[in-house]
Design a protein around this ligand. Structure first.
Ligand SMILES: Cc1ncc(COP(=O)(O)O)c(C=O)c1O
Length: 282
């Protein structure tokens, strides 16, 4: 049975779902998105994802395609239709279809597309062994705090990592690590402090980042929100990344430098465990 997706008010088999060739998401990447995790059939941190969606829409002066409650109802319906126990829900809102013109159209109707992806999140073999990352120049636009679908630099960075025999890439700008290709970047110093870049327009304000930091504070772990260099990262005791689709992912090698013993560190493992426990509770 094919996957059921949602497009502008309709639940359709994926092969029947259609969007206009004039949709501004397609022509200009004039669109924002969110990815929420599903565990045990329940959405994880979804209120925060919907809040960030509203902010992204506001920053781009885009009409919301639906209210938060309506979006959540559609998400739940997709979980049900596709029997998702564990996986993610992708949602994309665009400024809608209009004849191609750079200026924002006056009366376009926003588009809303959503689909599910089944994925094992709580059990992930990559998290057991840790991943390797390379650093790449951050060639993205300057408003990374808005979650737009303009993801070509992220896709290129990920591919560069795979071509180099690594798993992921961290973006570096002015000598400092901003974040990963699709995640926030953390290191753990030799005196046990968790370090991650402070919020600003340079990075996406990760929902998982925030939850993980709250969990770390509850454990009385010290957190520093500040820039760090690729050299500091390569010398760190541990490193990890956070995202809705991979939770907490231990990093064991950066630019060829093995961290610690080359296996996931205790802080990374603890944060992953705590986050999965929190997410399982719903
Ligand atoms: C560039 C970037 N940074 C960080 C994140 C992590 O954000 P979240 O934890 O909200 O998934 C993502 C997720 O897609 C991302 O694309």
């Amino acid at each position: 049975m094919s996957r059921i997706v949602y497009v502008n008010g309709e639940y359709l088999a994926e092969e029947d779902a259609k969007i206009s060739v004039f949709d501004r998401g397609f022509l200009f990447a004039d669109a924002v998105y969110e990815v929420s995790a599903v565990l045990k059939g329940k959405l994880v941190d979804n209120d925060a994802h919907l809040k960030r969606l509203a902010r992204s829409l506001g920053e781009l002066k885009m009409t919301p395609p639906a209210t938060g409650e309506e979006i959540e109802a559609i998400q739940m319906e997709l979980i049900r239709h596709n029997s998702i126990d564990e996986g993610v829900i992708y949602l994309q809102a665009t400024r809608g279809a209009a004849d191609r013109d750079f200026a924002f159209p006056k009366n376009s109707i926003p588009s809303l597309v959503m689909f599910t992806q089944k994925k094992s999140l709580s059990q992930n073999p990559a998290a057991d062994v840790g991943i390797t990352v390379i650093t790449v120049p951050d060639i993205r636009w300057k408003r990374r705090d808005i979650k737009t679908v303009g993801l070509l630099p992220a896709s290129m960075a990920k591919q560069a990592a795979l071509d180099a025999g690594a798993n992921d890439a961290w973006f570096v700008e002015d000598g400092f690590v901003n974040e990963g290709s699709s995640n926030n970047a953390f290191i753990v110093t030799h005196d046990g402090k968790i370090v991650t870049r402070h919020l600003g327009t340079e990075i996406l304000h990760g929902i998982t980042r925030k939850s993980v930091m709250e969990l770390a504070k509850r454990e009385n772990l010290e957190i520093e929100e500040r820039p760090f260099t690729p050299e500091e990262a390569a010398e760190a005791r541990e490193a990890f990344s956070t995202s809705a689709s991979a939770f907490v992912m231990p990093v064991v090698k950066i630019d060829g430098h093995v961290l610690g013993n080359g296996v996931p560190g205790p802080v990374s493992e603890k944060m992953r465990k705590l986050y999965v426990e929190m997410a399982m509770k719903g």
